[in-house]
Design a protein around this ligand. Structure first.
Ligand SMILES: Nc1ncnc2c1ncn2[C@@H]1O[C@H](COP(=O)(O)OP(=O)(O)OP(=O)(O)O)[C@@H](O)[C@H]1O
Ligand SMILES: O=C(O)c1ccc[n+]([C@@H]2O[C@H](COP(=O)([O-])O)[C@@H](O)[C@H]2O)c1
Length: 231
């Protein structure tokens, strides 16, 4: 009998700070898609967005606090250890070399991230290394599935969806190359909202773990974000 293929999922983000939207999404994906591991992957130095006001070490420490005692989710700090600009393709190359050609690797993201995938560093290589799992967020449409009059078939990613769209079972049958779209109710929380609340002296309590909020208060993080215009 064929042995079961190992399935590793990664959920990358700036996590500035991590909140219950991220944590629920990661846990639900692991449970629903049956991954052997789900790793949260804080990015070190994202080139594609304004530099976070909080260091990668601090963002990672908050993630570690959020995951404490949760055996279903792991922290993967490889992007911090590698240093320099963070590109997902480098992470996946590294992981593929480590795990070998047979392990199934899935990189998970929200649909808002997928819509900019064609701007990622060496994005065409991503599916040669891993699967992509995309979770739809309310109010967003897949490229090619927009309402009439909006940018649709001409979106650079419409082709990718056309040729790589696959089913959940394919994530277990193949090591890479599939794009799976999963509809999941996402908690309406964003890190931007949390930074804005903190910046204006309001509490983000109940949007993120209490241990993470305590860390933010102890280190006086995000209190400058509104005053300095940081989003
Ligand atoms: N509420 C949410 N539920 C599930 N996934 C989310 C949610 N918010 C963001 N994500 C996803 O988490 C990943 C990391 O996102 P990120 O760290 O940028 O969080 P964010 O809350 O969107 O932050 P910001 O508001 O600073 O952009 C992305 O793939 C994004 O689509
Ligand atoms: O490799 C890239 O060029 C690239 C560009 C944009 C985003 N990413 C990755 O996508 C994940 C989500 O990013 P973000 O900005 O929504 O936190 C995170 O792991 C980033 O490193 C990667």
């Amino acid at each position: 009998m064929a042995t079961k293929r190992q399935t590793i999922a990664l959920f990358g983000g700036t996590f500035d700070p991590v909140h219950f939207g991220h944590l629920r999404m990661a846990l639900e994906l692991r449970q629903a898609l049956g991954f052997d591991e789900m790793r949260l992957l804080p990015s070190h130095q994202p080139r594609h967005r304004q530099s976070p006001g909080v260091s990668s070490q601090q963002r990672s420490e908050m993630l570690a606090l959020a995951l404490a005692g949760c055996s279903e989710l792991q922290l993967d700090e490889r992007e911090l250890h590698r240093g320099g600009d963070t590109f997902t393709v480098d992470t996946l190359e590294e992981l593929r070399a480590e795990l070998g050609p047979q392990v199934s690797i899935s990189f998970c993201m929200g649909l808002d991230s997928l819509l900019n995938l064609h701007l990622w560093h060496r994005w065409q290589r991503l599916l040669e290394l891993a699967h992509l799992v995309v979770v739809t967020r309310p109010g967003w449409h897949l490229p090619g599935e927009e309402k009439q009059g909006e940018q649709g078939e001409h979106h650079p990613l419409a082709e990718l969806l056309k040729y790589h769209r696959a089913e959940v079972a394919d994530l277990h049958d193949r090591p890479h190359g599939c794009l799976v779209v999963r509809e999941q109710t996402l908690l309406p929380i964003s890190a931007t909202q949390i930074r804005q609340l903190l910046g204006s002296g309001q509490s983000p309590r109940f949007l993120l773990p209490a241990t993470v909020l305590q860390y933010i208060e102890d280190h006086q993080l995000y209190i400058e974000s509104v005053a300095t215009g940081g989003q």
